[in-house]
Design a protein around this ligand. Structure first.
Ligand SMILES: [Zn+2]
Ligand SMILES: [Zn+2]
Length: 790
């Protein structure tokens, strides 16, 4: 890096270069321009609306005392819909003031009807506590807001049930505490006017499917007590929030998506690290304990961590206060260390202005770091997402985002740290070598246009439905009328519960047969969770569901818990326990499995001539067989080590497509290249699915074969990695042409010669990324897209 501008660093915040100037200097550094797109997100003035006429003066006055002079238009719109009795979801950007949209109708109703009650659900206790503070600060008479969660002292619980009219809790407490104890809550539930579901996009996948049924159980109890509460949901921006909220609640929900809050201007650059010259990259050494297959990911692009470290050094040298978001704590330390070294090489001592931030700091330490950064003593900070959770740090001049954080909501949350009032800021997304990152830096419309990524869940999952029906039956016998509330599969699930001896059928309905409550974990999926225990202290760090444990907790695995790194000493599947010790090696581990799959039934299909697209149930047998160790700083493969773990069986939902062999020959794919073509298409398709649905690689798996016994044709399968499915394959089927179009473009637009981790290679491939054919994968997808209706 160049050090010419280091002398301009000042002690305090300085005006510094404009974002455009700064970006020009950053991109002029190398030979090739790494910037694929620059988006100027203009400053937007807010659009205020008058207070709705129904909002009582004392409520307006209370908000005014808290500095809210008038609502923004989307707040007023959502609030009025809810006040008029419509179920509504407000899906707008970070910090757009979604809470006013539900506080306004809920509190107005509490003031108008001295008996009415409100139930507020948050995904975390911390968020519920924040909301409690906000509502309490309004000092409204007779509302008596209170948190009711696992930490609430027993002595206070009865008072809350009887006297609080604004109860803040979480889905787990609703499931374990409120609903089973509904008799004690009858007074509260009878008068329930609103149910508020905050951050509802976090209820996705299997967990979301469980929460969907907890909400149906809540609605059932309300109906028994004679109340029909209005649901108000708040979501991050996403594709089709109305459908997602409808699935979650089982009710028709109107979406409000037009964000009328003000925001500062941002210059947002998409940055693709350059390809390495052919022979210069760190070539993977021959691993001493390799399993012997051709399993080394070829590294052809400069790593996102190195690129981010250089950018951080350069912005700091320009005197620009910069925050770099890195996905792991170790990664954040690598970025900070490299940036410090580069700065010290240029101007000795300058490196001291850069630090790494990680979770686990004491409150005072965090405040000190914030203070140093805001005053300019510190200019650069590399951080994990811990910052998102605990620290109020906004108004930076530049934000570097090392790798797409997985969802648009997180991306904007991170980018939103940039920009002081009235000043433009710079945000840079540095692509990692991953198909989704590659696609995004070449398709800015997927980031800056209308969102397509949807929150998916599948309440019809029988592995979720049956245990939830058992819970419902424990709370009150199920009647035929109840079954429609729980969806199409409910009757079948109830029959199975009867056959299994859990329920007894009587003329009046289905009864829970046992004295004890059914034990159902909202985050579990049937199998017992594995406990993660620190060997030296016996401390329980957390649990991992049985399905993921083979991948994440095998012996030798590096396991991250709240940003802290542990290494697994032993995974005991009999006791359901993994022993770990704290250690931060400079490598990460990547487990790999081999898979077999058979089709059980077809739920839906599209017959498109030589191409078929299917959705259905499948049985997957998989075994985690080995893991790779990869150097964190460079991504270089150190070695591959074998594992001895049992096979696992999974009945789940898959999407798959078939092609006729003739169509492949016509498209120029030689028969010998068909396996590599399908395999490459499968990897990229899995990598791109998070564009359509909020999931990550661990939520989905795949299999491809030149001829599958059940389809008798070349086939690519992509399946949900959770028993019974979680909605991901279904979403893929529903958006098949858009999903596979994006997959095709991601492969075609990657500048590598014959396939790399940015396009068709996968870090969790069970076949060691062999065979793979990048050009033939494009041909395969072209055949599919040419035949498949839009
Ligand atoms: Zn590539
Ligand atoms: Zn593979």
């Amino acid at each position: 890096m160049e050090s010419s501008s280091a002398a301009t660093v000042s002690a305090g915040p300085s005006p510094g270069p404009t974002p455009a100037d700064l970006l020009r200097r950053l991109r002029a550094r190398g030979a090739a321009d790494p910037v694929t797109h620059v988006e100027r997100v203009p400053a937007r003035p807010g659009v205020p609306a008058p207070w709705p006429s129904w909002a009582p003066p004392e409520l307006r006055a209370a908000f005014a005392r808290r500095g809210v002079v008038a609502p923004w238009q989307h707040q007023a719109q959502a609030a009025t819909l809810a006040y008029e009795g419509e179920h509504v979801v407000v899906a707008t950007g970070t910090a757009s003031g979604k809470s006013l949209a539900y506080q306004l109708p809920a509190l107005a109703t509490l003031l108008a009807d001295p008996r009415a009650t409100v139930l507020y659900l948050a995904p975390t206790k911390a968020l519920a506590a924040d909301q409690l503070r906000a509502v309490a600060a309004l000092e409204l008479e007779g509302v008596r807001p209170a948190c009711y969660d696992g930490d609430t002292p027993r002595t206070e619980r009865e008072w809350i049930r009887r006297h609080s009219r604004f109860v803040l809790t979480n889905p787990d407490m609703l499931h374990h505490g409120v609903l089973p104890g509904h008799a004690q809550w009858s007074g509260f539930l009878r008068r329930l006017a609103y149910v508020v579901i905050d951050e509802c996009h976090t209820y996705r996948g299997v967990f979301g499917s469980h929460v969907a049924h907890v909400l149906r159980r809540l609605r059932r109890q309300c109906a028994r007590f004679g109340s029909t509460p209005v649901f108000v949901l708040a979501s991050a921006t996403s594709g089709d929030p109305s459908t997602a909220a409808g699935r979650l609640t089982g009710l028709p929900v109107t979406a409000v998506t037009e964000d009328a809050s003000p925001r500062g201007g941002v210059t947002f650059a998409l940055w693709e690290p350059p390809l390495l010259p052919p022979d210069s990259g760190p070539s993977a050494p021959v691993p001493p304990q390799s399993t012997g297959d051709h399993d080394d990911l070829q590294q052809v692009r400069r790593s996102a961590l190195r690129e981010t470290a250089d950018l951080l050094a350069d912005t700091v040298a320009e005197g620009v206060r910069t925050l770099a978001f890195v996905r792991s704590r170790k990664g954040a330390e690598v970025v900070a260390a490299n940036a410090r070294r580069a700065l010290d090489d240029a101007v000795p001592g300058l490196g001291d202005r850069v630090a790494a931030y990680r979770g686990g700091y004491l409150r005072e330490e965090r405040r000190e770091l914030e203070r140093a950064l805001l005053h300019g003593d510190l200019l650069g900070l590399a951080s994990t997402n811990a910052l998102e959770l605990g620290v109020d740090l906004v108004g930076l001049d530049a934000v570097l985002i090392c790798g797409y954080p997985g969802t648009r909501a997180s991306l904007w949350q991170q980018a939103g740290r940039a920009g002081r009032s009235g000043q433009e800021a710079l945000a840079v997304l540095v692509a990692r070598d991953d198909p989704l990152d590659t696609y995004l830096v070449h398709h800015p419309e997927a980031i800056f246009g209308a969102p397509v990524e949807a929150t998916v869940l599948d309440p019809a999952n029988p592995y979720v439905l049956a245990p939830q029906l058992a819970c419902a039956a424990f709370e009150a016998p199920l009647t035929p009328a109840d079954l429609s509330l729980f969806g199409d599969g409910a009757k079948e699930a109830v029959d199975q519960l009867v056959a299994a001896g859990a329920l007894r059928q009587r003329p009046t309905g289905w009864y829970w047969r046992h004295r004890e409550r059914p034990e159902v974990d909202l985050r579990g999926e049937g199998g017992a969770p594995v406990c993660v225990v620190e060997s030296s202290t016996g401390r329980l760090l957390g649990t991992v569901d049985g399905g993921s444990s083979h991948f994440l907790l095998h012996s030798g695995a590096v396991y991250l818990h709240q940003g802290v790194s542990y290494v697994v000493d032993d995974l005991d599947l009999v006791d359901g326990c993994a022993l770990v010790h704290a250690e931060e090696p400079d490598w990460s581990t990547h487990a790999r499995d081999v898979t077999d799959l058979s089709v059980v039934s077809v739920r839906s299909y599209v017959d498109a001539g030589p191409v078929g697209m299917f959705l259905g149930e499948v049985d997957v047998t998989s075994q985690v067989v080995s893991y790779q160790r990869r150097r964190i700083a460079t991504g270089e493969v150190i070695d591959t080590r074998p594992l001895d773990l049992p096979t696992r069986e999974l009945r789940t939902v898959a999407v798959w497509f078939t092609l006729s062999p003739q169509s492949l020959t016509l498209a120029g794919v030689q028969p010998a290249d068909v396996p590599g073509a399908l395999h490459a298409a499968e990897h990229a398709a899995i990598g791109l699915l998070p564009l359509m649905a909020t999931c990550d690689r661990w939520d989905i798996g795949g299999l491809s074969t030149a001829v599958h016994p059940d389809t008798e044709a070349p086939t690519v399968f992509v399946y949900d990695g959770h028993p019974g499915g979680a909605g991901f394959a279904e979403r893929a089927y529903g958006t098949a042409s858009a999903w596979l179009r994006a997959t095709r473009d991601a492969i075609a637009e990657c500048g590598c010669e014959s396939g790399c981790p940015s396009c068709v290679q996968s870090p969790k491939c069970g076949n060691g990324n062999n065979p793979l054919s990048k050009p033939d994968a494009i041909r395969v997808l072209d055949v599919v897209l040419a035949n498949l209706p839009e």
